[in-house]
Design a protein around this ligand. Structure first.
Ligand code: TGC
Ligand code: FAD
Length: 391
């Protein structure tokens, strides 16, 4: 037999179509040339300074709203979108987060629930990256339980007035448009809020030790007056924002395999070069056990992502509990892979000279956002037993 490809021991890349390989290579080449040289510095300084230009480049590559049809979106398969998410997160979870929020949350909400006028106004600009969007669901006092939100929208003549606070909102302070979820007398509804509307502000959240190369903000809504046309006509009830979350969670299932792949490669390269006790540490059985266990979980996670893609691209679609399966498993295993990789690098494992600690720290956010591991355990628990254990 020929030697096994250490990076792809199950030959999973052979399953990709030419088009999917082209997506993978285009994204990889761009990130290697333009982002990899800077990303550790951006993480260290806690900023994403290339953002307006990055957004446009992502738009040119068709990554924004990539699996949506029409309005300037690329209309590609869920699998191609997942493959792009994997490359983005192999560089940094902050990049995948940006693309997730833009395409799978803000654009998806408009695309699925918006009026034709709303779609025409926002989607083409968002697809090209000239308008950035954010998605405000979480509040300071309501994270895992968004159904209890207190942000209110009251009808005012032929318009609406919004009051409340949203918290931990990715892209908040760089967004031109915010999709904001608020309670009305008819239940939870979605609103399209141009961020230059009086009464809207988005202070940046500082002092994060995770997702530092990503903009995270609070949204403050103080008497934000909106026309009637700001209401998303197709979104009624908490099921609407949760439907958007399925899209972003799906991207995470793929994305985290990129972060884990990057950490695994660093650990293997390091183990082959680093010598202790007169031999490479890759030759010690304990190191091999770590590398093998990491590889098993990495490629099982990729198989899960591939399988969920097949479901999502099929006419029957993917069940939300199946996405919970993938998000729960793949994030849990990816963070474990990064933490184990860190041990293989010894003291160098805590340095930003290597990507490992950055990925591990980023994945702390990914473990929590888009539904914590506990929420996905309970969602799956409910699907498997028929009993809801949330409250
Ligand atoms: P529950 O009573 O179970 O359901 C209410 C209605 O919603 C429907 N539903 C869903 N629909 C679509 N997709 C899903 N995943 C759905 N889950 C529930 C359900 O069928 C029902 O519909 P109907 O027609 O019968 O009324 O709702 P609940 O209030 O008990 O909540 C369930 C729970 C806990 C699972 C849900 O609230 C939840 O998922 N909580 C986690 C919150 C979360 O994930 N927040 C994420 C915020 S966005 C974010 O983090 C972005 S980070 C992005 C980045 O930077 O990458
Ligand atoms: P809480 O809900 O307070 O949970 C705290 C702990 O209690 C968790 O371990 C949780 O699992 C556990 N817990 C809660 N309820 C139960 C239960 N019933 N049973 C067992 N355990 C339970 N939100 C947005 O809307 N838009 C965004 O763009 C966005 N971006 C984010 C970016 C970052 C970097 C981060 C960190 C968060 C972001 N979020 C965003 C918010 C994110 O979705 C929430 O943080 C997440 O849903 C959890 O809410 P919480 O932080 O309030 O934790």
């Amino acid at each position: 037999f020929p030697a096994l490809d250490a990076v792809d021991p199950l030959n999973l890349e052979a399953l990709l179509t030419d088009e999917e390989r082209a997506v993978r290579d285009t994204v990889r080449q761009y990130l290697d040339a333009e982002v990899e040289p800077h990303i550790a510095g951006w993480f260290e300084s806690g900023e994403l300074p290339g953002l307006p230009e990055l957004a446009r480049e992502f738009g040119k590559m068709g990554l924004l709203g990539m699996h949506l049809e029409g309005y300037g979106c690329a209309g590609m398969s869920a699998r191609a979108y997942g493959i792009a998410c994997r490359e983005l997160e192999a560089t940094d979870s902050g990049l995948r987060s940006f693309v997730s929020v833009q395409g799978s949350l803000a654009m998806f909400a408009l695309h699925r629930f918006g009026s034709d006028e709303q779609k025409q106004e926002w989607l083409p600009r968002m697809a090209e990256g000239s308008a950035i969007g954010c998605f405000g669901l979480t509040e300071p006092d309501h994270g895992s339980d968004p159904s209890s939100m207190t942000t209110r929208a009251r009808s005012d003549g032929d318009g609406w007035i919004l009051d409340g606070r949203k918290m931990w909102i990715t892209n908040g302070s760089v967004a031109a448009v915010a999709v904001v979820w608020a309670r009305t007398q008819d239940g939870v509804r979605g609103f399209v809020v141009p961020t230059d509307t009086p009464g809207f502000s988005a202070p940046v959240i500082k002092h994060k030790m995770s997702l530092r190369a990503s903009v995270t903000s609070e949204l403050v809504l103080d008497g934000v007056r909106l026309p009637a046309s700001a209401l998303l006509p197709g979104a009624s009830g908490i099921g609407a924002p949760l439907t958007c979350l399925n899209e972003a969670r799906y991207g995470i299932v793929w994305g985290v395999t990129g972060a884990a792949r990057s950490a695994w490669r660093s650990a293997r390269d390091y183990a082959l070069q680093r010598e202790q006790f007169g031999r490479p540490i890759a030759g010690f059985q304990l190191t091999q056990q770590k590398l093998v266990d990491m590889a098993l979980e990495l490629h099982k996670a990729t198989l899960t992502a591939l399988h969920l893609s097949a479901l999502k691209d099929s006419p029957a679609g993917v069940h939300p509990a199946q996405i919970s399966f993938g998000k729960l498993n793949n994030v849990r295993e990816a963070i474990e892979i990064c933490r184990t990789a860190r041990t293989i690098l010894g003291a160098n494992g805590i340095s930003l000279e290597y990507p490992v600690i950055r990925h591990a720290n980023n994945l702390e956010s990914v473990l929590t956002y888009e539904g914590t591991s506990e929420m996905h355990t309970l969602a799956l628990g409910q699907a498997l037993t028929g009993h809801a254990a949330f409250r």
